[in-house]
Design a protein around this ligand. Structure first.
Ligand code: NAD
Ligand code: UFG
Length: 336
């Protein structure tokens, strides 16, 4: 079995990707410090797939710990999810974000180089496009106009990886720019369960639906969009996970390079579209209030997904209803 190192593999996107890796015959070697996930996710991945990934509670900043993992396994490729991702928190504690995300990545890359592991898939984000001039966004659009330290770490790491490739053209690098991942595995065993008040729309909606919060705050209805609320490209997390398998196969089919792909559906939905779709799944209206805009939000952001479709054969399969159904199923199972 080909071994794939998955940093951040017990997290939201990482856990779903481990499931798809196992389904495709790979063995995930998970490295996670459990700062934003739980070790029992490993049991859940085993329950879903019948195969137990190998798990190490190791921080990517821990050079010795990470080196041991590379010593123990013949790693074919690294899928690098580990990182801190809360936009608001990153404004308050930027050094924590720069250290964890950037220093952690540099540490990982040094060790990969030492062990001659040259294939890496990096979790980037549509945030690298800043406030896009045009939608849908193509991979050739300018990057770098990020307004918060979290977004900047994604942009800087992309640049670091490009520089690494220039210095060592045997590296084979995929930069995957995710749009807005939502949903959960249909078993309801894995999904996104943020600590504290959710920053993101879908977990907030499911917490309102289950009664943890009274209503959704809709951040502004005066944007230049059809109904005035923000428009985003929501993609089912299982589709996103499959996108990583497509990227891995691409890296297996070429010798080296820096390959950049948007992972989105190409469809933009507004906040009120999301409320409507979720209410229909719920069978009752979801309570919401229109409040002021949230600082730093952009009006619209959706992908041009054609490059990933042409070059990776990747196309998102799940529609908005399925995204809402699976998010809701996961939230309900959490309470059981
Ligand atoms: P997540 O927080 O659920 O998963 C990240 C995992 O990394 C967690 O399990 C955490 O414990 C682990 N981790 C963090 N720092 C670590 C360290 N120093 N050493 C070892 N493990 C560490 O987040 P997610 O939503 O699954 O996101 C995965 C990646 O995708 C992140 O890099 C994130 O920035 C990126 N991304 C996420 C989104 C999104 O909306 N969810 C959008 C674009 C990009
Ligand atoms: N929104 C609300 N109320 C909420 C939460 C969100 O109205 O309680 C709105 C936002 O204003 C926005 C939309 O819902 O219009 C989506 O907001 P999210 O916070 O779910 O997602 P963002 O697009 O703001 O950000 C996400 C990730 C970032 C990533 C970015 C681009 O959180 O990490 O997508 O990929 F950088």
């Amino acid at each position: 079995m080909k071994k794939i190192l998955v940093t951040g593999g017990t997290g939201y996107i990482g856990s779903h990707t481990c499931v798809e890796l196992i389904k495709q015959g790979y063995l995930p070697i998970i490295v996670d410090n459990l700062s934003n996930s739980k070790e029992n996710v490993v049991d859940k991945i085993e329950k879903i797939t019948g195969t137990r990934p190998i798990f190490y509670k190791v921080d990517i900043l821990d050079e010795k710990g990470l080196t041991k993992v590379f010593e123990q396994h013949d790693i074919q490729a690294v899928i690098h999810f580990a990182g801190l991702k809360a936009v608001g928190e990153s404004v308050k504690v930027p050094l924590k974000y720069y250290n964890n995300n950037i220093t952690g990545t540099v540490n990982l890359l040094e060790i990969m180089k030492r062990f001659n592991v040259k294939n890496i898939i990096f979790s980037s984000s549509a945030t690298v496009y800043g406030d896009p001039k045009e939608v849908p966004i193509k991979e050739t659009a300018p990057t770098g106009g990020c307004t918060n330290p979290y977004g900047k770490t994604k942009y800087f790491i992309e640049e670091i990886l490009k520089d690494l490739y220039v210095s060592d053209p045997t590296f084979n690098i995929a930069l995957l720019r995710y749009f807005n991942p939502v949903g959960a595995h249909e078993s309801g065993l894995i999904g996104e369960n943020p600590n504290g008040i959710p920053n993101n729309l879908m977990p907030y909606i499911t917490q309102v639906a289950i009664g943890i919060r009274p209503y959704l705050n809709v951040f502004g209805n005066d944007y230049d969009t059809p109904d005035g609320t923000g428009v985003r490209d929501y993609i089912h997390v299982v589709d996103l996970a499959v996108g990583h398998i497509c990227a891995l196969k691409k890296l297996e089919s070429v010798t080296s390079g820096v390959h950049i792909y948007n992972l989105g559906t190409g469809i933009g939905y507004s906040v009120l579209d999301m409320v409507k779709a979720f209410s229909s799944v719920l069978g009752r209206p979801l309570p919401y209030k229109i409040v002021d805009r949230r600082a730093g939000d952009i009006a619209k952001c959706w992908a041009d997904p054609t490059k990933a479709e042409k070059e990776l054969g990747f196309k998102a399969r799940f529609d908005l209803r399925k995204m809402c159904e699976d998010s809701w199923n996961f939230q309900q199972k959490l309470d059981e």
